[in-house]
Structure formats: C-alpha cells, structure tokens
Design a protein around this ligand. Structure first.
Ligand code: UDP
Length: 239
C-alpha cells in the first residue's frame, strides 16, 4: 500500500528495492511509468488534478528528496528513505547495462541529451543509447515515432514536472518502450551542465539550499517547500 502525502501516494521502498522493482517493470509485458515527485511537485499536484492523476497513475512513485520523507514522518506514516530520481536512474542504468538493454533520452535544451548520452555510454559499457531528443519540440508525433523506431527498452523523460508525467501518461504506450521514467533535470546533471550538490549537503538534507545558492532564480519555485511543510502540519492536525 502506498503512503499518502497530501494526496500523492508514495511507494515505501529503499533505493535498492526501487531499482529492483524498476527492473521487474522493465521485464514485464506492457508499458510502465515511474514518477519521482519532490515537495514542489506534491504542491503542484494539490492544485492540479490532471497532474495528480498522472503522478498517482505511475507504476512506481518515489520520494525524490528529504522533504517528502520528512513530511511522511510528520504525518506518522514514515517512508523507508529518500530515493532521489537521479540515483534511481543510475542504479537502473547499471542493471540495464549488465543486461545489454537500450535507453532513449528525451528532454532538456538542444544538445544536452546528446552530450548526456555520450557520457552515459562511456560510464555504463553494455548500455545502448538508442536515441536522444531535446525537450522543446512542438509536435509529439515525430518524437513518439523516433522512440518507437529506436526500439528502446527504457526512456528517461526529462521535461520538468508535471509536463513529463502528463506526457508519459498520454504517450507512454505509443512509444513501445517497457519503462518510462520522469526525471526532471537529470539530463542536465548527466551532461555536466548542472552540478549536483556534494554529498555533505545531501547527507544533511540541505541539497535544496545548495541548489538555491547556485540557481537563485529558483527562489520563487522553492517557496513551495515551506508551503509544503505548512500543509503537512495542517494535515497532521486534521488527521
Ligand atoms: N524542459 C524541457 N522542456 C520543457 C521544459 C523543461 O525539456 O518544455 C527541461 C529543462 O531544460 C530541464 C528539465 O526539463 O532540463 C527540468 O528541469 P528542472 O530543474 O525544472 O527539473 P526538476 O529536477 O527540478 O524537476
């Protein structure tokens, strides 16, 4: 059973279990999706029903970051640990490489997915980068066709939330891939365009603060974090 944090249901898994479950989905017939909401996305889902339905409709919903884990604990329904999307993706690529699987990278500014693909192919020998496409396309049809033609087993969909979740829910099946994972800004990190917070910061639950210092333009969006905690407090009292 999923753990409900302000209307979004999270799977209660460790990182290792999440990767295992991801691989099970990759091996199962049909198309499956993974969502990795952080508190900011939970807040979006509170107000946007379509986004909430798309996120909750994913086969695997993982808590991307410490905020959701803290919220779940405050509500008296703790989650085992945070499962950052980017680390989940890395675990998945390691396993996919060992099985000689193929991956399509969709999203980010022109050139970023390509550059991420080169770096990932070098880092995970055995993993085939079946194709790449930037995230600023006007028509879905040609992109869906390109993924289908590539025969990719898995697609990393990095269009930002909730665009990526809505895109996966609507077009996932048409791509023919077994697994689609919504991973936000991960391609920027894999390509080396954006730097992830050093371990010290993430170990202390301060990744958001590091990011805020590096990218002050995110301040407006980050105001959703304290708002999230206020809403969790309210929900706690209500329960
Ligand atoms: N993006 C995209 N298409 C769009 C809007 C955004 O490909 O129409 C990309 C953007 O370039 C970035 C990612 O989606 O690489 C979202 O990054 P953000 O830092 O917002 O993601 P987060 O990890 O915070 O969800």
């Amino acid at each position: 059973m999923r753990i409900n944090v302000l209307g979004v249901g999270f799977d209660n898994l460790t990182m290792e279990e999440a990767v295992e479950r991801g691989m099970e989905l990759l091996h199962s017939p049909g198309t499956h999706t993974v969502a990795t909401p952080n508190p900011e996305i939970v807040e979006v889902c509170r107000e946007n029903l379509a986004a909430r339905q798309a996120v909750n409709g994913a086969d695997l919903v993982l808590p991307d970051g410490i905020g959701v884990v803290k919220g779940a604990k405050m509500l008296g329904t703790p989650l085992k640990e945070k499962v950052p999307g980017i680390e989940f993706a890395s675990g998945l690529m390691e396993r996919m490489a060992a099985e000689g699987r193929s991956l399509y990278l969709l999203g980010a500014k022109p050139g970023v997915a390509e550059s991420a693909g080169e770096k990932l192919a070098a880092k995970y020998p055995g993993l085939t980068i079946a194709g790449t496409h930037d995230g600023y396309f006007q028509e879905d049809g040609p992109v869906i066709e390109d993924i289908r033609q590539s025969g990719a087993d898995c697609v990393f969909v990095c269009l930002g939330a909730p665009k990526q979740e809505l895109w996966m829910a609507k077009h996932g099946e048409a791509t023919g891939a077994r697994l689609l994972c919504g991973l936000g800004g991960s391609l920027d990190v894999f390509a080396g365009v954006v730097e992830r917070a050093p371990k010290f910061w993430s170990d202390h639950g301060l990744e958001w603060f590091y990011r805020l210092c590096k990218e002050p333009r995110r301040a407006g969006r980050m105001m959703k974090l304290p708002l999230f905690l206020v809403h969790v407090q309210k929900e706690k009292r209500r329960r």
